[in-house]
Design a protein around this ligand. Structure first.
Ligand code: ADP
Length: 400
């Protein structure tokens, strides 16, 4: 009996030991499992943080971009977009989840994105967008394999090329204008020379008249080329202004002297009303060119028999000096007052050409004045006359 009890006790003890070992093992396993899942959680948290950081970094980069970006997922819905898209298309709210047509409301754009997805190659498109102001957009689209949906996504990039387009248009207009301005006097010269060769030279009266006309058009060509060189130098920003202190009155005196014969031919008076003590700091040759162009215009477009006045004054409180040239001519209509400073803009093209004008004089004036940090304005009363006012920066030391 007692041996049976002993065996039972030993068996129970054995079971208890096995359980104890098993329990310890389980605890170790549970602890190990808990440790590993903690580590896993930490790793996942870190990955999530990294992803969030990357995402906000990517969004910040996208939002800093001047170009608009839209990413479409495999189902053709907006996954991401940046602020530039909102600005360029003037759309509001969250565009995510919308189709491109719903988001940007442009049929041609939706078709273009579909084409880029179907063809699987980079495509480009030019798009006019009329919002608060009209802009020309260069749109590039490229497809990519969308990992999440399995289908093909599309990335669209919108680049505002309005300024480039404007420059291109200006350049084209300029070349067309220059060609026209060169061709007109050249064909006239050619015509007169041919007539002289064909026999007109035998008549001294006729040939004298023709030669004077040829000289007039040759002069016009020479002025045009001179003005073209001046404007290209000024517009390239390479023109240096050699400023020095000096008196304005003698400078105006030289212009009046140079143009006296031209004024006399129209029975006009040129008056230098600049105060003797007025001193300023400018590039004297350039300012002389400005005044020459303005007085020359006063003679060309002023009233025959009338007066062209040049005046000046210092306004120390405003820190500027004002120089003006006024005439008593037909004047300039209000809508043309700003435009006369554009290259080749003329109110009366026939009159300008007849007078040997190049259409560049006031553009040159504007550039020189701006290079001095000043501005030039035209004021006019139609039928009574015009005043061109040049405003230049002035400091007390300029009077020294
Ligand atoms: P242009 O060689 O034709 O004179 P400008 O650039 O000097 O070229 O002037 C541009 C245009 O502005 C002229 O063609 C003329 O129509 C107008 N204009 C300039 N000055 C005057 C003025 N004093 N009075 C009236 N119109 C003027």
């Amino acid at each position: 009996m007692s041996s049976v009890v002993v065996i039972l006790v030993l068996a129970l003890l054995g079971v208890a030991v096995v359980h104890a070992v098993w329990w310890f093992r389980c605890r170790r396993l549970v602890a190990e499992f808990a440790r590993r899942s903690d580590e896993q959680r930490v790793r996942e948290d870190r990955l999530r943080e990294d992803y969030e950081r990357d995402r906000s970094g990517r969004e910040a980069v996208m939002d800093c971009m001047l170009d608009g970006v839209v990413v479409l997922d495999g189902e053709g819905r907006v996954r991401t977009f940046n602020r530039a898209v909102v600005r360029l298309f003037q759309v509001g709210g969250d565009l995510r989840g919308l189709t491109l047509l719903e988001a940007l409301r442009r049929h041609e754009l939706a078709e273009f994105a579909e084409r880029a997805r179907a063809e699987g190659q980079a495509l480009d498109l030019e798009l006019e967008q009329h919002g608060r102001s009209a802009v020309t957009l260069q749109v590039n689209a490229v497809s990519f394999l969308d990992g999440t949906g399995g289908g093909k996504g599309v990335i669209l990039v919108f680049h505002d090329v309005s300024r480039l387009k404007d420059l291109e248009r200006t350049r084209r207009d300029f070349v067309a204008n220059v060609s026209h301005e060169l061709r007109t006097p050249l064909s006239l010269i050619k015509g007169y020379v041919e007539t002289l060769i064909d026999g007109a030279s035998s008549d001294p009266e006729v040939s004298g008249k023709f030669l004077r006309t040829i000289e007039k058009h040759a002069n016009r060509l020479a002025f045009l080329i001179e003005d073209l060189l001046a404007i290209s130098q000024l517009e390239s920003g390479q023109a240096l202004m050699n400023r020095c202190n000096g008196e304005l009155r003698p400078l105006v005196g030289r212009v009046v002297e140079d143009l006296a014969t031209k004024a006399e031919a129209r029975g006009m008076r040129l008056l230098n009303e600049v105060p003797a003590e007025l001193r300023l700091r400018v590039d004297p040759d350039r300012l002389q060119q400005v005044l020459f162009n303005l007085v020359d215009n006063g003679i060309k477009y002023g009233r025959a028999g009338g007066t062209v006045r040049v005046g000046g004054r210092v306004d120390p409180d405003a820190g500027r000096v004002e120089v003006w040239v006024s005439d008593e001519g037909q004047g300039i209509p209000a809508e043309a007052l700003e435009r006369v400073f554009e290259r080749f803009y003329r109110v009366d093209a026939a009159r300008s050409r007849e007078q040997g004008g190049t259409g560049l004089g006031l553009a040159i004036v504007k550039h020189i004045v701006q290079a001095h940090g000043g501005e030039v304005r035209a004021e006019s009363e139609v039928g009574r006359g015009t005043t061109f006012r040049v405003l230049l920066p002035w400091e007390t030391s300029d009077a020294g």
